[in-house]
Design a protein around this ligand. Sequence first.
Ligand code: F6P
Length: 544
Amino acid sequence: MTKPTSLTQQPAWQALERHYDQLKDKQLRELFADDAGRGEKLTAEGAGLFLDYSKNRVTDETLRLLLQLAEQTGVAAKRDAMFAGEKINVTEGRAVLHTALRVPKGGTVMVDGVNVVPEVHAVLDKMAAFADQVRAGTWLGYTGKPIKNIVNIGIGGSDLGPVMAYEGLKFYSQRNLTVRFVSNVDGTDLVEKTHGFDPAETLFIVSSKTFTTQETMANATSARAWLLGTLKDDSAVARHFVAVSTNAEAVSKFGIDTTNMFGFWDWVGGRYSMDSAIGLSLMIAVGPAHFQELLAGFHEMDEHFRTAPADKNLPMLLALLGVWYDDFFDAQTVAILPYDQYLSHFSAYLQQLDMESNGKHVTLEGDLVDYQTGPVIWGQPGTNGQHAFYQLIHQGTKLIPCDFIGFIQTLNPLTPHHDLLMANVFAQTEALAFGKTRQEVEADGVEAEQVAHRVFEGNRPTNTILADKLTPRILGSLIALYEHKVFVQGAIWNINSFDQWGVELGKVLASKIVPELQAGAEPDLQHDSSTNALIRRYRAGRRA
Ligand code: F6P
């Protein structure tokens, strides 16, 4: 295989480096003054989402060069290879086909000579039949009581997507069902999330692609003990446990009847799996029709990403702007700021999606990169963040590009809340972009010694993403927007966005330490002096 030209040797990259030197001090104030139409020009729309990217530190030339970079790094061909089911996850030898999970019935996506779309819909139909029974109260527990409580047990991609979307779509959920999510191996999570539940009315969904993940297996085992502590008959497990996994053998070994297993495939990465059977808890909560709408939104964004011209392509634009800040301005983080309480888990979800995908230090060929890859993703829903960390974004020493996400209509029209909320979206991006100059502060009559403290430099970049209303369809589209943004960035950085070897070392070391913590006799510790001492301190303290 011939090695691609190193990213930093690409003509567009080098032109961007020169361009950065010219543009780095240019103010958004000037860019807006130079072009009265900028606020309407630097916008794009697709799949129900409107993106205003005018408050970014870019000119037409920046955009031209960034688009050239995408071309020179072959983003479109890489995208097409993903959609076509090529094994682009090279370190695991797998196709990357979460997009196949939302292809409508009758579509075709071939993997190893097999059209996977009928299989995808067979699982969706099985999920829908099960969800309908639980929702209707006809799926009965062991004692004959209907299910009232659903507990999803999973971690990472088997938790973050479902919990984010459950919170995101709570408005559409069936309110006589209580849905909770247990992920942490800390026993407190399971204890608190089952608190007050009657085992006879509780259904556990054990969600794990591999069905070997330590945290999930420990929680599932303790959940079974909790159930049997009351119901006292192993056969109760079949009515109170279902599994979502690719590993039928391990599911059956755990004691869950594989007729109550919902499968998926190795070509669905964990962090891209919420629209597979991993979304079963969500489907039960919001119903199959809303789940289908969510998938339709994902698919609409997939089609937009696949077909829209690069300069109007939302994931492409978001990704390129991200590369601009990450690699040229040396920005280390991106803040995700949804102005909707229902999206309270959205930035946590994007943390895994982005950081597990693009937190990589070698290229696809295994060479060390000589440029920055994925940023730190963080954020809180507005307006809470404004009273916590926005100070640093406005006046600190770090450049923090932000995505503001808002909705034109609220699902809970409690006058005047929505206008207050959205006024803050517009005010924040305005303040970040244009700041407040020394002259403006002085003109307010501020005392001389306070002036410097009250100056806002501005020139802080933001994207504003607006949609009409938070519907299942829009949520699907929004998630797919970020999935594909992450894809484009990984394609430009020439890294594998679809493996996660970085989580392995800690897992392996932990499994070695567990028996050392549990040993009766003092174990022969062979770690470094810090780890040895910490283990000894823990063992001594635990016995006390
Ligand atoms: O964090 C590592 C990881 O492998 C994620 O990629 C995945 O989402 C998570 O663990 C859970 O894995 P599983 O679904 O196999 O339990």
